[in-house]
Ligand binder design. Structure first.
Ligand code: HEC
Ligand code: HEC
Length: 337
């Protein structure tokens, strides 16, 4: 026979515990929105000051491109939210690429790099743009040769990766290490999440409630970096098939990675094709059923939530509270020679 007596006692006990811990639980829930202190790095490429210093030079150095005109910072510019303000990226000789430059901010925390997730690590990602003909158009063997000819770099590589020399590998590792320092700074929303009720406006608070409530934005934009790291088809109606090019799964048809919303105020225009100019428009497309709601294989999470223009404005008020304090990283004024 079931012992209803003790069942009841357990129930009362857990109810009591739940009631007692409500305030604590509320705080715990908010902690998932706060950036973890530790930046993840692979075992074979731990973060050191020497690697950061070297990676920073490489990141800003136009000599990594074939004609010495383009650096990583051309398209991922610290003063443009680590993006470029263009709908689609522009590389050597003004060549336009097929996609919008995403921010480099918080890429350290991402499981997949690129809009379609085709690179797993920052190390793997870094060599892509150097070789891409619409970006830096540089042959990697030539780059290794070029950097080997620069005494300053030979010394910096030796300090950062003793005995490993200047190779494709150490170039990628150094750049990745620098990128791991490009992490979001404290934003008003973080102070709010830590309990400072006055850190954001009443409207922004309402916007956050809509973001996690009626708008269900956190179905995809979840956690401190406001991304689930997954891929979704928002029915934009362009010809880019996204992740489907890598994996022929119906769910990946026209699917793109959920971008971070940290510092999103700084990175217009938006979406993988740069087709969206404002945060209001982005919110409406994401929250009210996609651009073309009848698109084939639209993500089942893209639902018309019936957000009104007023509600959209409140959500945007909240998104603005994700802009962190200015970052303490500036381009080097002198390069190794
Ligand atoms: C000509 C502009 C351009 C240059 C130069 C460039 N990038 Fe990019 N970057 C892009 C574009 C466009 C994408 C997205 C491409 C895609 O998803 O197919 C991207 C994607 C990335 C990503 C992935 C971000 C994410 O959220 O998925 C990282 C990291 C990155 N670039 C770092 C770098 C580094 C490091 C360099 C220099 C070695 C560099 N980029 C040079 C335009 C550029
Ligand atoms: C189904 C998952 C999903 C939901 C739900 C969702 N988004 Fe998105 N969001 C995405 C994806 C994926 C992109 C990029 C799409 C692309 O480029 O094709 C995006 C892009 C954005 C962008 C542009 C960011 C940039 O850097 O390009 C903003 C802003 C945004 N979403 C806000 C919101 C808001 C606000 C809500 C709730 C009303 C919301 N999203 C709901 C997946 C989602």
């Amino acid at each position: 026979m079931r012992d209803f007596g003790s069942f009841g006692a357990v129930l009362t006990g857990s109810l009591m515990a739940a009631l007692l811990s409500t305030s604590v639980a509320a705080k715990e829930d908010m902690s998932k929105w706060i950036r973890p202190d530790k930046v993840p790095a692979p075992k074979n490429n731990q973060i050191t000051p020497e690697r950061i210093e070297l990676g920073k030079f490489l990141y800003f150095d136009t000599r990594l491109s074939r004609d010495n005109t383009v650096s990583c910072a051309t398209c991922h510019n610290p003063s443009l939210g680590w993006s470029d303000g263009q709908p689609k990226a522009i590389g050597v000789e003004g060549r336009q690429g097929p996609r919008n430059s995403p921010t480099v901010l918080n890429t350290a925390y991402q499981r997949h790099q690129f809009w379609d997730g085709r690179a797993k690590s920052l190390e793997e990602q870094a060599l892509g743009p150097i070789q891409a003909d619409v970006e830096m158009d540089m042959d990697l063997d030539k780059l290794v040769e070029r950097l080997n000819g620069i005494k300053g770099y030979r010394e910096l590589f030796e300090k950062a990766y003793p005995g490993e020399g200047i190779t494709k590998d150490t170039i990628a590792k150094a750049i990745a290490t620098f990128e791991r320092t490009v992490v979001s700074t404290e934003a008003p929303f973080d102070r709010y999440a830590k309990g400072d009720e006055n850190a954001i406006s009443e409207n922004a608070k309402k916007g956050f409630a809509l973001f996690t409530g009626k708008g269900k934005c956190n179905n995809c934009h979840d956690g401190f970096n406001f991304t689930d790291g997954s891929f979704h088809n928002l029915g934009l109606g362009d010809s880019d098939i996204g992740r489907y090019k890598l994996k022929k799964r119906a769910a990946w048809f026209h699917a793109f990675k959920t971008p971070t919303l940290r510092d999103v105020t700084l990175t217009a225009p938006y979406f993988h094709d740069g087709s969206i100019k404002t945060l209001e428009e982005a919110t409406a497309v994401c929250g009210n059923g996609g651009r073309f709601p009848n698109s084939k294989n639209l993500s089942p999470l893209v639902v018309d939530r019936g957000l009104t223009p007023d509600e959209i404005r409140l959500i945007v008020d909240f998104l603005k509270t994700l802009e962190g304090e200015p970052m303490n990283i500036t381009a080097p004024s002198k390069f190794p020679h």
